[in-house]
Design a protein around this ligand. Structure first.
Ligand code: FPP
Ligand code: MG
Length: 295
């Protein structure tokens, strides 16, 4: 991972602008999940650390833009760039990271470059759907999972596919791994929004529903409630709840086991990912760590 961090530092330096160095140094690196996958799938390829750095810069750019879109005050436990330096700066820093990543990406083989580039179109579409879907209550599970696939899983899937291409491995197998890992990862993220506290999350807890996001535990809850309770849940959508309302939602989720049900789906997706790469211990470990993260 040190080689990835060194590549990231080099790319940031090459932007040749002190302000970019200053702002970038304020960002937290995060779990580097996408970079880890690339290094594990193509450990011996000389360009794997660069590809990993490119994907991490794209991911960082997408989060900078996402925080502007969500008007988020914190990211990974620290103040977001839009909060400290304003939305204009956050958008442009995202543009710089994103375009620098692409400047390097075009030097890779066409298949590798296309795999990553098309994933960025997909994740942007996913983000647009996410915003549109937050406008009103959504109880359609399939629609929600389609959006999650685009918003989160496509870049993870593309990282797995592109590194398999680099390493001359079976691309299809790694695509299945990346896709299912990405979906399970986001479902667990959605669960943690409800079960974890602010200190653990690095952002306000139970904030998804306030932002209008109807994640799986809310979709399952809606389906389980009676008509009157359904109305109440709809009334609470996209609003800051009182302490009583928050407790009511949590109690109802417990009663109808909607967190467990969501977690079961994450576990099932994780099992499918495992089956695709069962002989690769380190890739299986990534899944196990992710599943453990939720409790
Ligand atoms: C976080 O989701 C957001 C994403 C995973 C993708 C965001 C994508 C874009 C803004 C479009 C792409 C733009 C560029 C420049 C590549 P979330 O809001 O559900 O999660 P959070 O709780 O971590 O904010
Ligand atoms: Mg967000």
């Amino acid at each position: 991972m040190q080689r990835v961090e060194a590549e990231i530092a080099r790319l940031i330096d090459e932007c040749d602008y002190d302000e970019v160095n200053r702002l970038f140094s304020m960002l937290q690196g995060g779990k580097r999940l996408r970079a880890k996958l690339i290094l594990k799938i193509a450990p011996n390829h000389k360009d794997a650390p660069l590809l990993a750095a490119i994907v991490e810069l794209i991911h960082a750019a997408s989060l900078l833009h996402d925080d502007v879109i969500d008007d988020a005050k914190t990211r990974r436990g620290v103040a977001s760039v839009n909060a400290t330096d304003g939305s204009k700066i956050a958008v442009m820093l995202g543009d710089i990271l994103y375009s620098k990543a692409f400047t390097e990406l075009v030097l890779f083989d066409k298949d590798v470059a296309q795999t990553i580039a098309s994933a960025v179109t997909a994740l942007s579409k996913g983000e647009m759907m996410d915003v549109a879907m937050a406008e009103s209550f959504n109880s359609d599970e399939e629609k929600y999972l389609d959006m999650l696939y685009l918003k989160t899983a496509t870049l993870i899937e593309a990282a797995a596919k592109a590194s398999a291409l680099l390493a001359g491995k079976d691309v299809q197998k790694y695509a299945i791994y990346g896709r299912n890992l990405g979906l399970a990862f986001q479902i667990i993220d959605d669960i943690l929004d409800i079960t974890a506290d602010e200190a653990t999350l690095g952002k306000p807890a139970m904030n998804d529903y306030v932002e209008g996001k109807c994640t799986l535990p809310y979709i399952y809850l809606y389906k389980a409630l009676d008509a009157k309770e359904k109305e109440k849940l709809l009334r609470l959508h996209a609003k800051k709840p009182t302490e009583d309302e928050l407790l009511w939602m949590k109690k109802k989720m417990q009663e109808h086991k909607t967190i467990e049900k969501s977690f079961q789906l994450a576990k099932q997706l994780s099992a499918e990912a495992k089956a695709a790469v069962s002989e690769e211990e380190e890739l299986v470990d990534i899944l196990d760590t992710m599943i453990k993260r939720s409790y």
